[in-house]
Ligand binder design. Sequence first.
Ligand code: HEC
Ligand code: HEC
Length: 340
Amino acid sequence: MILQKHIFSILGSVFLLLASGCQTDEPVPYKLNVPSWFPEMEIPAENQLTKARIEVGRKLFYEPLLSLDSSISCGTCHLQENAFTQELPISLGVDGALGLRNAPTLANIGFAPYFFHDGGVLTLELQSQQPIFSVDEMRFSIAGFLERIENDAEYKRMFAEAYNREPDAFGITRAIASFERTFISATSRFDQFEYQGITDALSEQEKRGRTLFFSETAKCSSCHEPPLFTNYKFENIGLYLNYADSGRARISHLSEDNGKFKVPTVRNVELTAPYMHNGSMQTLEEVVEHFNSGGVNHPNQSEKIQPLNLNQQEKEDLVAFLKTLTDQSFLTDTEISNPN
Ligand code: HEC
Ligand code: HEC
C-alpha cells in the first residue's frame, strides 16, 4: 500500500517534470533594478530571481491563508504605504496577540546581512517561515497552509513554473524571499541630489540638515551610512538604563551586547513611525531630541552618542533632511503592491 503510494507519487513528479518541461521553455530571469550607487545584492545561487518566483512570492506575501484564522498576511504588518511597516508600536498577531517588537521597514531588505532587530536570523529564506510559526504572529504552519491550497490550481501552476515542483516549504520560503529582494528604494530626493547631480532637489534647509547629518559632531551617518543608511552594526544608543528587551544579547548571551539593536535604515523614515525596536517614540522630533540629549549613559552605550547641543533651527533642519529620504515611487509601485 505504502509502496504503491510512493510509486504513484514518483510517477506523479515525473509527469509534472515532463509536463512543466513542455510548457515552460526557459525560466524568465529577472533583472533587479539596482542603481549604480548601491552595492550589489547577494542572491543565493540556488534561488536566483525569475519572474515566476517573484510572482508567486508576491501572492504569498499578501496571503491571509498563511495565518491560523486566515486573518493576517505578511502585508498586514508590513504595509507598502508605510514602507512595509505598521503604525503600531508593537505588532498584533492572530487574536490580537501582542508581539515583542515594532515591525521594521522592508525597504532594501535584500541587502541586509541578517534579520530582526537582534540579527538572529541569517537569510531571508529562513526569515520567511518565522512569522508563519510564531504564536504571536500568524500562529500557523506551512503544512496547514499546504492543506488549504491542496486543490488550488493556480498555486500549483505558479509553483511548477517557479520551482518545477508542487507547492511545498522549499518553494514557499524561497518565493517569499525572492519577492522581498525586489523591494528596492533608491529614488528619493536625496538620491537625486547626491548621486544624480540634481542640485535643486533639496531646499536650503534640507541641505543644512544634510550637512549636520554627515557632520563629525552629530555622527548620524557613521551608523546610518549611505547609500543604504545603515552599517548593519549592533549599537546601544542609550535609550534606557535597564532594557526590557536585551536585543542582541538574546542571541549572543553576552552582557556587552545588552541593549544593542541593529542599526535601522532611515530611508522612508517619515512614514515608518512609531520608532525604535519597541515603537516607543512617536515623532522624528522626539528621535532627534533623544540623540541631542546624548542618551542615558548605559554601560554599553556607543561612544558616538554624546550630547549635541543643537539649537531649535538645527533640530528642525535635521528632521527636514530625514524627510528627503522618502521615496514616493517605492511607496506606490504597483509591482510590489497587493495584487488582490
Ligand atoms: C504580526 C505582524 C507581522 C507579520 C504577520 C509578519 N511580520 Fe515580519 N516582522 C514583524 C516584526 C514585529 C518584526 C521584527 C521582529 C524582531 O526583530 O524580533 C518583523 C521582521 C521582519 C523581517 C526582518 C526585517 C529586518 O530589518 O531585519 C522581515 C524580512 C519580515 N519581517 C518579513 C515578513 C514576512 C515575509 C512575513 C510573512 C510570511 C511577515 N514578515 C509577517 C511583524 C510581522
Ligand atoms: C551609534 C550609532 C548611531 C548613531 C551615531 C545614530 N544612530 Fe540613529 N539609530 C541607531 C540605532 C541602533 C537605532 C535603533 C535603536 C532601537 O531600535 O532601539 C537608531 C534609530 C534611529 C531612528 C529611528 C528609526 C526607526 O525606524 O525606528 C532615527 C530616525 C535615527 N536613528 C536617526 C538618527 C539621527 C538623526 C542621528 C544623528 C543625530 C542618529 N540616528 C545617530 C544607531 C545610531
